[in-house]
Design a protein around this ligand. Structure first.
Ligand code: MN3
Length: 207
C-alpha cells in the first residue's frame, strides 16, 4: 500500500485574503507531496508497509525518524486541509460546548490556543485535543509530531480535533515573521463542522 496526496475541496486562492494562493500551492504540491513521497520510501519493506497512517503514528516509538517525520507530516497536513474552508464557520455544537466547559468562553479559548501556537519555538503545531473522558485540552508539538503519537509528545494523550501548522512555510510569504497575524487570520477560515465531525470520530479512536 502506498499513500497519496489528498486533493483539496477548494481552490488554492480560496482562502484569500487570510492564506495566500502561492503559499497554499507550494504547501500542498511541494511540502505535503514531499512527506507523502518520503513516507512511501521509508515504509517500504518494513513492518509499517501495510499499516494505516493512524496506526503508524500510534506505533511511532518503533519507527525510524524518517517514518516519524514524514508520517506525521502526511497525517497533519491531511487533517489541516480539511479543517480549512473558504466559508469559515462560527464555532458550534459539541465542539463549542466542550470549549465553553473548559475555558468558559470562546474568546478565552482562542487566546489560549493562539498563545500555544505563537510560543511553539521553531517549527511545529498547536492542537485542540479531546481526551478519553471527553474533556478538551490545548497542547503543541515540535516538528511533525502529533498528539496521537503518545502522552509524552504533547503532555496529554488526546485525539486532535483542530490544529494549526506554525512552520514558517505555512505563512512566511504573506506574513514573514508575523506569526501572530497568521494565527489570527486562521480563525477566519476554520470549518467548525469539520471540528465537530472529528469530535464524533474521536469516540471511534478511543474504543
Ligand atoms: Mn506544513
Amino acid at each position: 500500500m502506498s499513500f497519496t496526496l489528498p486533493s483539496l475541496s477548494y481552490e488554492y486562492d480560496g482562502l484569500q485574503p487570510y492564506i495566500d494562493a502561492e503559499t497554499m500551492h507550494i504547501h500542498h504540491t511541494k511540502h505535503h507531496q514531499g512527506y507523502v513521497n518520503n513516507l512511501n520510501k521509508a515504509i517500504e519493506g518494513t513492518e509499517f508497509e501495510n499499516m494505516s497512517i493512524e496506526d503508524i503514528l500510534k506505533n511511532v516509538d518503533k519507527a525510524s525518524p524518517a517514518i516519524r517525520n514524514n508520517g506525521g507530516g502526511h497525517y497533519n497536513h491531511s487533517l489541516f486541509w480539511k479543517l480549512l474552508s473558504p466559508n469559515g464557520t462560527h464555532p458550534s455544537g459539541d465542539a463549542l460546548e466542550g470549549i465553553n466547559k473548559k475555558w468558559s468562553s470562546f474568546d478565552k479559548f482562542k487566546e489560549a490556543f493562539s498563545q500555544a501556537a505563537a510560543t511553539r519555538f521553531g517549527s511545529g503545531w498547536a492542537w485542540l485535543v479531546v481526551l478519553e473522558d471527553g474533556s478538551f485540552e490545548i497542547c503543541s508539538t515540535p516538528n511533525q509530531d502529533n498528539p496521537i503519537m503518545g502522552k509524552d509528545i504533547c503532555g496529554v494523550k488526546g485525539f486532535p480535533i483542530l490544529g494549526i501548522d506554525v512552520w514558517e512555510h505555512a505563512y512566511y510569504l504573506k506574513y514573514q515573521n508575523r506569526r501572530p497575524e497568521y494565527i489570527e487570520a486562521f480563525f477566519n477560515v476554520i470549518d467548525w463542522n469539520e471540528v465537530n465531525s472529528r469530535l464524533v470520530q474521536s469516540t471511534e479512536y478511543f474504543k
